[in-house]
Each structure stands twice: as C-alpha cells, then as structure tokens.
Design a protein. Sequence first.
Length: 313
Amino acid sequence: VISQETVYDDPLFPRETKERLAKLTVHEQKLFAASISEMGTSSLVLGPTFIPTGQAHRVSGGYLLRGRKIFLSMIEACDYLTLAMHPDDSANPHTLCLFLVPHPLPGQRIEKVWDTLGMRATQSNDFILEDCFVPDEALLVRVENCLPWLYERPAWGGFSYTGVYLGVGVAAYREACRVLRERVPRGFSQPLSYHPDIRHRVAEMSVDVEAARLLVYQAGWLVDTEGMTPTARAALLRAKAFVGEAVARVTRSALNACGAHALFKTSPLERLFRDGASASIMPPASDACLNGLGMLELGLNPKDILPPLKVKG
C-alpha cells in the first residue's frame, strides 16, 4: 500500500504535497484509499510483481488513466485514491507515477468481486479506469526506478497490516475474557472462567497478545529513532511475522474456549476468527517476512541471493 503515511515520511515528496494531503485529511476529513496491487501481484515474491502496468497517458492539461487495480480497500466510501501507474511515455517498465485521484470521476468503475473468508467490511473490490482524466496537479511524484523506492519507502506504508491485526487479536482476547467471566453453565454456580483449562487458554492468549504488542512497539520505536536501518527493518519483519501467527492462534483459541456459541454470526468472535485467518497472508506475508528477516540476521546481501522464482525475460 502506498498511503498517506508513506507520503508524509518520504523525503522524495515536497513539503507542499505533504501539507496538501494533511489539509485534506485533518481539516476536510477526507477518506483515502490506496492500492498498488494488480492482477498477478504476489506479496510472497515482491520485486517485479509490483511494477504497475496501469497506464497514464499524457494529454493537454493532465493525464488519461487506464487499467485495473485490485484489493482496493474502502473504494466505495473514499473521497480520494492514491494510485501507482506507469507513464506510457516511458519505455522503462520500472517508471512509476503516483497520482492523487478524486473519487468518483467519469471513467471510473467498480467491479464487485469481494466475497471473501474474512475482511468482508473492507469491500476491497476491483477498480477499473477507462480513460479517466485527472489534471496535472493530480501527479504527486514520478520515480524512474520504482523497485528500490518501493523497497526503501517508509516503514508503515508496507507494514500497516501489523497494527490492524494486532487490534484483531486484542479484540478477540477481550471478547473471550468477557464471555468467560459472564457465562455460567447450567447446573454450576461459577462462570467458565473458573475452569482450569479455560485459565490455561486465557493465559496463553495473554502471552501472545502482549508479546505481539511489544514487538510492534519496539519496531515503531526503532523506525522513529533510527529510520529504516537494517535493525529497524528486521524489527518490522519480526513483528509482522509474529503478529500474523499469534492472531491466528488467539482467535482460534478464543473459539475453543467459548464453545459452539462463538460460531454463530451474532458472536463477534465468529467475525474476528475469520478476520484473523488472513493475518499471516496479508503483506508482507509471514513467509516473506521470515525470508527477509533471515537474510538480515545472517548479514546476507539480497543481490547475492538467487530469486525464488525464475524472472521473466
């Protein structure tokens, strides 16, 4: 995701651009959606898979945007989009233009495809651009080689999911504790919280939640104090990898602890379990985090590592 926090922290963007976005966000209370994903992208292999293929065609006074974006969360509710496109005046496929695009506009179309296990509320539908005109001032930045920029861009542009899924885990833990304190099985005088197996599960969930929280805090502190050093990057990867797996454990354990009542759609735990199932998948995926963390811990240069898949061309 190339989002507002990315722009605010990135020295590539001029001060007036940051002030413009801050005014829209804070004073005008505008909602933004962002996407770099297109058909065929994968958060497991990264690299050239995220080179944009949607086209920006230069015309008098602005650009015509053409292409399809996927996983565009909040598209139906947003006021603006930040979209990564390829300018068709460049023969270099790595050239990227980032646009701030009002929504809705003529030439924009939503294709409703979002029928997923979890994250149902994000409505991250496909977004089609058919000669959508945007003025010159919609262009935020042009980067001639987007791969190093995407890799080095500020931390939370690519790690926002870490905090989101930590919140899912915390919510599941708190809801489970509430249910277990209140639910008294028929024929007994004490709630389920007094059962030794329940106490054991709650303790395990507490360990996972607090360990995840501290790893996220540490990563944020390192980025704030050091910038994107190898140590900070390793902390971000470590936090996302742990959060992804811990949230899956916590939400499943919450279901087991609270029993069949938690399986109903009326239970918040049913939704939190479905949302938690995607925690290790959303970028950076757990396997990608561990791959990157292993290279950093061993002091390996990514240029010396063979690509996991054969690169096309």
